[in-house]
Design a protein around this ligand. Structure first.
Ligand code: HAM
Length: 417
């Protein structure tokens, strides 16, 4: 039955698990704030051309993975496969370049790629990321990596390696592409059809092809890092020195080319176990490609689903933040009428309270309260209503404290601290 099965590669986030996402999102926001980044929100879909031009029409993402369709007005639109191109568009469209630089943004978005479902590979997934505009670096290159690491460590993931590389500027790339073509020319007929079509326009993409044959054919190919120009080399050296000074350890990995076309100079990935959790780099040519003034830029994105898998595999327990302060059980007919207003008042005072909506007996209510995981419980019957006195029970210690109804808020708020 199609209506009881979500599309392949999508996942529901269930109420019992949502605290985990909220925890990651809250920590990401806090770390971004510490680093001086402000949130940006962009639409879920964009004109298809934005990604064709931005991400690059020789990439797997654009050639094979986009959710593209014609809207009712006959315009081709695409569900975003990533955030960078949209944010670069927004930077230009909204004239953010006229504000003091650098512009430092962060985001929390759903992305869509038509990929084969595997562990950690979905068709709808979620990215936390940052994009900065205006700084040539290399201090900002080091800063964005430091931000990603601070966040990942803060939420408990220690098993991380930072891989860095430089893929140079368009000038270095032009010369390097010639070397690559010379390397692949004798093997051209063995390349997959997609890579054959990439050979002239963007041979670097061949190194990123998922076909095993192309990967095998790519072994021994010239390494881009060996062929970058003096300026790109100098940038890379300064960037490494900056990481060293921050005590950030890294591996130089000349195999990182990244799957998106906009990258220049610094690229990096943060790896945990089998996954690239976080990927990013500099894209100094993108704003110009979109018609703006040349504007250096750098950012990263990290996958929430992959991060959660690695946290679970590492035995990291995410603290629950959705435990209720109080369960208030009505006992008897008078209480059924009285308690809803009392609960409403408490909720308006900022206390989290649950009560009965199922006409359960007292025993069943207490069992339910236990399942919910409330910190305190209270039973309200005729006696309590008549005398304006209620016993609040601490579920951890069993200790009971008597008070009047109007003292409950202060008591629970005090107990929170
Ligand atoms: P990306 O490497 O394509 O880069 O994706 C970044 C992260 O998103 C990956 O490391 C992974 O954690 C997650 N991810 C990607 N695809 C999937 C998928 N199909 N299922 C689950 N998770 C996935 C970008 O998207 C760039 N926009 C990053 C960037 C920002 N570069 C500069 N600024």
């Amino acid at each position: 039955m199609l209506i009881t099965k979500a599309p392949k590669g999508t996942e529901d986030l269930l109420p019992q698990d949502s605290y985990k996402w909220q925890y990651l999102e809250k920590n990401f926001r806090e770390v971004c704030r510490n680093f001086g980044y402000k949130e940006i929100r962009v639409p879920t879909f964009e004109h298809t051309e934005l990604f064709e031009r931005g991400v690059g029409d020789t990439t797997d993402v654009v050639q094979k993975q986009m959710y593209t369709f014609l809207d009712k007005g006959g315009r081709s639109v695409t569900l975003r496969p990533e955030g960078t191109a949209s944010i670069a568009r927004s930077f230009l469209q909204n004239g953010l370049f006229s504000q003091p630089m650098p512009i430092k943004t962060f985001y929390d978005v759903a992305c869509f790629r038509y990929e084969n479902k595997q562990k950690g590979r979905l068709r709808e997934f979620h990215q936390l990321g940052v994009e900065t505009f205006g700084s040539k670096g290399p201090s900002i290159d080091a800063e964005v990596i430091a931000l990603a690491l601070t966040f990942l460590k803060r939420v408990g993931l220690d098993d991380l390696t930072v891989h860095i590389n430089s893929i140079g500027c368009p000038e270095c790339r032009k010369k390097y592409n010639e070397l690559l073509r010379a390397f692949f020319r004798p093997k051209f007929n063995q390349l997959c059809p997609t890579c054959q079509s990439r050979f002239e326009r963007n041979p670097l993409r061949i190194l990123d092809c998922k076909s095993e044959i192309c990967q095998e054919l790519g072994k021994g190919a010239p390494v881009l890092l060996d062929h970058i120009c003096g300026e790109c080399r100098d940038h890379f050296e300064k960037f490494k020195t900056m990481l060293d000074s921050m005590g950030i350890t890294y591996k130089i990995d000349n195999g990182i080319v990244r799957g998106l076309d906009y990258y220049t100079k610094t690229v990096f990935e943060i790896i945990s176990g089998p996954f690239t959790i976080c990927g990013g780099g500099r894209y100094d040519g993108l704003i110009e490609e979109f018609g703006g003034d040349p504007t250096p830029a750098i950012g990263f994105a990290l996958g929430i689903e992959r991060l959660l898998i690695r946290l679970a595999e590492n035995g990291v327990e995410i603290p629950k933040s959705d435990i209720l302060d109080l369960y208030m059980a009505p006992l008897g007919e008078n209480a059924v009428d009285f308690v809803p207003k009392l609960v409403y008042d408490l909720r308006q005072n900022g206390v989290s309270v649950e009560t009965d909506h199922m006409a359960r007996g007292l025993k069943a209510q207490m069992k339910y309260a236990d399942k919910l995981g409330c910190r305190f419980t209270a039973v309200v019957g005729d006696n309590e209503i008549e005398n304006n006195i209620v016993k609040i029970k601490n579920m951890e210690t069993g200790e009971q404290t008597e008070m009047s109804f109007d003292q409950i808020t202060a008591f629970l708020k005090g107990a929170q601290n």
